[in-house]
Design a protein around this ligand. Structure first.
Ligand SMILES: NC(=O)C1=CN([C@@H]2O[C@H](COP(=O)(O)OP(=O)(O)OC[C@H]3O[C@@H](n4cnc5c(N)ncnc54)[C@H](O)[C@@H]3O)[C@@H](O)[C@H]2O)C=CC1
Ligand SMILES: O=C(CO)COP(=O)(O)O
Length: 356
């Protein structure tokens, strides 16, 4: 028999991940759970353990109440408890907030299988795809749903973590099918500077979050080549057209209106101007170094998702013989791989099928 959540008790929250965005969202969740009786005020936060200057990161967070590596300079409320044991962090949770770089999701969540409340729900903040054994792509929320057998919602938006941590106004989009769960998640996340719109078009929200990171690499390439804002705007526009086409072709039923939520155009713009993908892609052109080397040099352990997402998309497009229908995504992947010189980015946008 299906178990039903006991709504008389405050819901317990477990945040799975504690990087740049994980730590920023922990500030919001920690603050909101203290103020709202629907939530237990002790929040568990799973930390992938590492040693910083001889001390465990989880211990630093629990004593200094700051993630000194991934979000330095911002406090994390003391009711957020860093926990390096993911099973212990998740054992009583009613709501899981997943916020890991996408390539770590499967391995990190595996220990949770069979160890969580059957009534728990999940909210994924993770931008990226997974590759299926048949060479297709899978949404990360579906990966988690299949692995842990829990209902999933998603949250994506124009949310550069540093700006959110600094409490600069922004918007975000939650995708949730269940109206009551959507309301509850909004109460967990919304603040006066972080405004939430809930819609039910989950797949499109997640597609937007993943694909905009590819486009941001293209924006970084044209910045690195010394082109101007008009050129970057063309990359953004053509990228948006490919994002819409991608949703149409592979996720029929996607709503165009979702692209006008924060998860769509707004996230595309902010990432193409202020994100890590853009920054590293610009340096890739200017230095000629490999992406991975620059990521290690420039991001202090943080991860950019664009090149890997471009590869995931490319594997699927190639399998389906559809690379030519998505020339921008394809060119960005080939440039990231070193198979095309970055200057080819300009040929790609000059000859884009949108102009024919
Ligand atoms: N940083 C940002 O501004 C935003 C990020 N996102 C998305 O949120 C997700 C998480 O990103 P961030 O929190 O920024 O992470 P991050 O880029 O700071 O990544 C580093 C995190 O990965 C962890 N890690 C390293 N190796 C690991 C392993 N083997 N297993 C598990 N964890 C490991 C590190 O401990 C650290 O917490 C990504 O999908 C990203 O696209 C979404 C919105 C904003
Ligand atoms: O997703 C983001 C902003 O919404 C962060 O983008 P970057 O990963 O490029 O920094």
């Amino acid at each position: 028999m299906c178990e039903v959540a006991d709504t008389s008790k405050p819901r317990r929250i477990a945040i799975i991940g504690s990087g740049n965005w994980g730590s920023a969202i922990a500030r919001i969740i920690g603050t909101n759970t203290l103020k709202n009786g629907k939530f237990d005020s002790t929040v568990q936060m799973y930390v992938f353990e590492e040693i910083i200057d001889g001390q465990k990161l989880s211990e630093i967070i629990n004593t200094k109440h700051e993630n000194v590596k991934y979000l330095p300079g911002f406090s994390i409320p003391p009711n957020v408890v860093a926990n390096p044991d993911i099973v212990d962090a998740g054992k009583d949770a009613d709501i899981f907030v997943f916020v890991l770089p996408h390539k770590f999701v499967r391995a990190a969540c595996q220990p949770l299988v069979g160890k969580i409340k059957p009534t728990a729900i999940g909210l994924s903040l993770i931008k990226g795809f997974d590759i299926t054994p048949g060479g297709g792509i899978e949404l990360i929320s579906n990966v988690i749903n299949k692995l842990l057998n829990i209902d999933m919602a998603v949250l994506m938006g124009a949310n550069l973590a540093g700006e959110v941590a600094a409490e600069k106004f922004c918007e975000t989009t939650i995708g949730c099918k269940d109206k009551e769960a959507g309301k509850l998640l909004k109460e967990l996340i919304q603040t006066d500077y972080f405004r939430v719109v809930v819609v039910d078009d989950i797949n499109t929200i997640e597609i937007c979050g993943a694909l905009k990171n590819i486009v941001a690499c293209g924006a970084g390439f044209v910045d690195g080549l010394g082109y101007g804002d008009n050129t970057k705007a063309a990359v953004i526009r053509l990228g948006l057209m490919e994002m819409i086409k991608f949703a149409d072709v592979f996720y029929p039923g996607s709503k165009l209106s979702t692209f006008f939520e924060s998860c769509g155009v707004a996230d595309l713009i902010t990432t193409c101007y202020g994100g890590r993908n853009r920054k590293v892609a610009e340096a890739f052109v200017k230095t000629g170094k490999k992406i991975e080397e620059l990521e290690n040099e420039m991001l202090n352990g943080q991860r950019m998702q664009g090149p890997q997402t471009a590869e995931e998309v490319h594997i699927m497009l190639k399998n389906k013989g559809m690379e030519e229908r998505f020339p921008l995504f394809t060119a960005i992947h080939q440039i990231c791989q070193g198979n095309l010189p970055p200057t080819q980015m300009i040929n790609c946008i000059k000859n884009h099928p949108e102009h024919v």
